[in-house]
Structures are given as C-alpha cells and as structure tokens.
Design a protein around this ligand. Structure first.
Ligand SMILES: Nc1ncnc2c1ncn2[C@@H]1O[C@H](COP(=O)(O)OP(=O)(O)OP(=O)(O)O)[C@@H](O)[C@H]1O
Ligand code: SF4
Ligand SMILES: [Mg+2]
Length: 318
C-alpha cells in the first residue's frame, strides 16, 4: 500500500490570556499525534467536542502551523514548502466543512462558488470554459447545471454540501479532509451525502480523512479509526471490526450505539470529570473517568503502543 500522508509527532499549542487579570495559559489542542494514511483508505477521526479533531485537520492541510512535528504528503515535507509550491500542493489536499457556506460570499452564484478554487490558484479561464467546468463539477456531485445560476440561500442543506464537495473536487485533489460534513443534515440527507462520497472515492481514487462525532457512521463509512482524547490519539483501530482496547473507546461505543439511527448521532458528554486542557494531570488524562484506573494510571502517562494488539495508549488495555 502506498502512503499518501504521514503525520509524525504533530503538536499544536495554543496560548491564551495575558494582561493584568488574565494569566497566560497554554494548552495542547493536538499533542504528539502520529499516524499514516494509505492511498484509497477512509480514515475516521472520532472524539468528544474539543478533543482536537478540527485542529488536527487544519494542521494536516497546513492552514495553521504546528508547534512541532512533521507532515509528509505525497512524499513531500509539507512544512518545508515555500508559499508558491505550498499553494500548488494545497490543490491536492482539500477540506470539506460542516457548513460549506460559512466561508463563501452569499452573493456568489453557485457557478462562481465552484470555480473560485481555480481563481485562487491563478488559473485563467474564459467565461465559456468556466461555465463548462462548473457544469461538469455540479454533475459530478449529482446537481443539475440549472443550479449554476442559483444563490446559496436558494439551496437546501444537502445541496449546499454537494456544492462544498464540488468546490473541494475542483482542483483534482488526492486527499479530502471531511470535517463533520453531515453533522448538520438530517439522517436521510446524510445517507445520500455518504453514498455520494463513496461513489466519488471509487471514481476518482480519493483518500479521505473523515472527522465525526458519530461512531456508528464512522464504523459504517471508514476503513480504520483514530480515537482522540484531549489532543492525543488514544487508540488506532485498524479496521471497523476490531474491538476496542481503550476504556475510552469502549465508553464511546456504548454511549453512541442505539438501534435507532436518529438517536445515535452525537457523542454525548460522558460521565466523570474531564480535566482542564490547560492543566492536565501527570498520568492518564482519562483516569478520573476510567473504571479500570489504578495508581500507575494516575502517575504515569500511557503512550501509544501496540504490545499484543493494535495501537492503544493505556496501561491496562481491554
Ligand atoms: N485558535 C485557537 N486558539 C485557542 N484555542 C483553540 C483555537 N482553536 C481551537 N482551540 C482549542 O483547542 C481545542 C481543540 O479544538 P478543536 O476545534 O480542534 O476541537 P474539535 O475536536 O474539532 O471539537 P468539535 O467536535 O467541537 O468540533 C479546544 O479546547 C479549543 O478550545
Ligand atoms: S491508562 Fe489507566 S486510566 Fe488510562 S485508560 Fe488505561 S486503564 Fe484507564
Ligand atoms: Mg471540530
């Protein structure tokens, strides 16, 4: 299998506060994260709100600079790229957001929205070429070319997300980072978007990183799963059948599973105390919530290791 993306010891530290009444505080939104993504795979990233999923996504695409660590994409050191080659590389890796229109001018027509990525890259096109390209991209995501002259507010949530995907596909990417692309859609529309993404992956040989709160959806859609807790990857499930080895993953699975799909959309806050990311305990960050915690867990931080099974960061894996 060819490695498309390789992330090594990636960290992002945010500093806040300062001034007379607000002491400077710092926290690691992403902490020493390492993983690889092989070409053609769908890698899920799950974890509760605030665990660092979107920060990880932005670091991978170099939309923000890491505090430390490396990202290699298509065998190139991403962090060593000067602005111009970086811009060209960015075409190969695109992001789809939960709300595709948060970043788009509502006065743009759909045609202009889907051809905007070409303008950003400085690709010149005649009006006729742009019409043709926009019709092509809309058809790829299952929208008729009549939508070209519509405005965002005239589209449904699912249609808007299709436009978001069309924009992401415009420059022929190899990797799409999908940050909760279906979280704001209802279940039937969510299913349509997932099947569109499956179809596009096959047709265009795409690789996906799929961020979601919905572990059941991730289990359906992804080939492998990274579980994050307070900035760290605590378990890397190599396939969707693998049983959880980390008590946190186990708890997540128990909390999100419900036979009724309408009731298992999000990870509910779990019981127990979540440590402040600004003041993490010395040992395992999950210890205060973990039924299996021992004294060792409270003093020694477990590192991601794969003794006796797939990678897990736990002193007493299941
Ligand atoms: N620009 C920033 N400055 C300071 N702190 C930040 C910044 N961006 C994110 N954070 C913090 O980093 C942590 C991780 O945030 P992030 O948005 O990556 O989480 P997430 O897993 O995507 O959450 P959600 O599921 O709610 O989208 C949070 O504690 C957040 O408050
Ligand atoms: S290291 Fe200890 S506290 Fe942390 S998840 Fe494993 S058993 Fe629980
Ligand atoms: Mg997020």
């Amino acid at each position: 299998m060819t490695t498309l993306l390789d992330v090594r010891n990636l960290s992002k530290r945010f500093v806040s506060g300062g001034g007379p009444f607000r002491p400077v505080r710092s926290m690691h939104a992403v902490n020493d994260v390492s993983f690889s993504v092989h070409k053609g795979r769908v890698v899920g990233v799950v974890g509760e709100s605030g665990c660092g999923k979107s920060t990880l996504a932005r670091l991978i695409l170099r939309l923000i600079e890491p505090s430390s660590g490396d990202v290699r994409f298509e065998d190139l050191d991403l962090l060593a790229q000067a602005p111009k080659p970086m811009r060209a590389l960015r075409a190969r890796m695109q992001m789809v957001f939960q709300d595709p229109y948060s970043a788009i001018d509502p006065r743009y027509t759909i045609r202009d929205a889907v051809i905007e990525p070409f303008q950003v890259q400085g690709v010149r096109m005649t009006a006729k070429e742009a019409d043709k390209k926009s019709a092509e991209l809309l058809s790829m995501v299952g929208l008729s070319e009549h939508f070209a002259s519509s405005y965002p507010h005239q589209l449904s949530g699912g249609q808007k997300q299709r436009v978001g995907i069309a924009r992401a596909l415009a420059l022929n990417p190899a990797l799409l980072v999908l940050d909760e692309p279906t979280a704001s859609l209802d279940v039937s529309v969510q299913a349509q978007i997932i099947s569109l993404l499956e179809k596009l992956r096959d047709e265009l040989s795409l690789t996906y990183i799929f961020i979601s709160h919905d572990l059941s959806l991730v289990k359906y859609f992804c080939d492998e799963i990274l579980v994050m807790y307070l900035g760290r990857v605590v378990e890397a499930l190599p396939d969707t059948e693998a049983s959880a080895r980390h008590p946190y993953t186990r708890t997540l699975l128990d909390s999100t599973f419900d036979a009724d799909p309408k009731r298992r959309r999000t990870i509910e806050p779990l019981a127990g105390e979540v440590p402040s990311p600004f003041n993490l305990p010395p040992g395992c960050a999950f210890a205060a919530r973990c039924p299996a915690a021992t004294e060792k867990c409270r003093v020694e931080m477990p590192v991601l290791g794969s003794d006796g099974g797939h990678p897990v960061a736990c002193h007493h894996p299941l």
